[in-house]
Design a protein around this ligand. Structure first.
Ligand SMILES: CC(C)(COP(=O)(O)OP(=O)(O)OC[C@H]1O[C@@H](n2cnc3c(N)ncnc32)[C@H](O)[C@@H]1OP(=O)(O)O)[C@@H](O)C(=O)NCCC(=O)NCCS
Length: 180
């Protein structure tokens, strides 16, 4: 355990104007954290595919995906995104990323719990995600927050790369009505 999260941390919705900063931060986090999980070549290939600005804009405009920014002391330090799956009541956590120097303070969990609340607010009763099987820190964070492994999947990403993932899932309690 490091130290308590900064009291100035807050989570805000992201707009298209925030996407360049999010894409830049993705590069910083992926290149710092993922070399122990996948090859550098795979990191660069996946970053170019997944964080191209046109791709991110399409996620917001056409796929109903929502992005959120974690701001600590006025700086963008993390982000998340959630979106529909095509199955009613099931929402997918697409992204959950925190700068490495802030890992181990509970801020990843805070970002995750915020995404859960947003999904619940959109009517979801189940939140799913894909995580690399070798990503022990992220798997631990998800388990700490009540997610369990639902299945194991090997997916072709393109470029000769595969993703060896767990699909994890959590049941979300329905939002209680404010008035009864
Ligand atoms: C996934 C990720 C967001 C999780 O963040 P994290 O900081 O690792 O996890 P948490 O926020 O749950 O923090 C838990 C740690 O903070 C400590 N902590 C300190 N204060 C805390 C608090 N107030 N509340 C909760 N935990 C606290 C816990 O003891 C725990 O320590 P440990 O890791 O030594 O056991 C982060 O690891 C990350 O960005 N990883 C790289 C990107 C990635 O892999 N994303 C997932 C893609 S599927």
């Amino acid at each position: 355990m490091n130290q308590e999260p900064s009291p100035t941390a807050c989570i805000l919705p992201a707009t298209e104007a925030d996407l360049p900063a999010i894409a830049h931060l993705a590069g910083v986090i992926w290149r710092a954290v993922y070399p122990t999980i996948v090859t550098i070549e795979q990191i660069e290939f996946m970053l170019a595919r997944m964080y191209a600005l046109d791709k991110l804009r399409d996620e917001i405009r056409a796929q109903g995906i929502r992005f959120y920014r974690l701001i600590v002391d006025g700086q963008l330090m993390g982000y998340s995104s959630i979106g529909p799956t095509g199955t009613p009541g099931v929402c997918k956590l697409h992204k959950l990323y925190l700068r490495p120097e802030l890992h181990g303070r509970g801020l990843g969990s805070r970002l995750l719990q915020h995404a859960e609340a947003e999904a619940r607010g959109l009517g979801a009763t189940r939140l799913i995600l894909a995580v690399n099987k070798r990503n022990a820190r992220a798997i631990a964070a998800y388990q700490r927050n009540g997610f369990t492994v639902a299945e194991s999947v090997l997916t072709e990403f393109g470029g000769g790369f595969v993703m060896d993932d767990f699909i994890m899932a959590k049941h979300l309690k329905a939002v209680a009505p404010v008035f009864s």
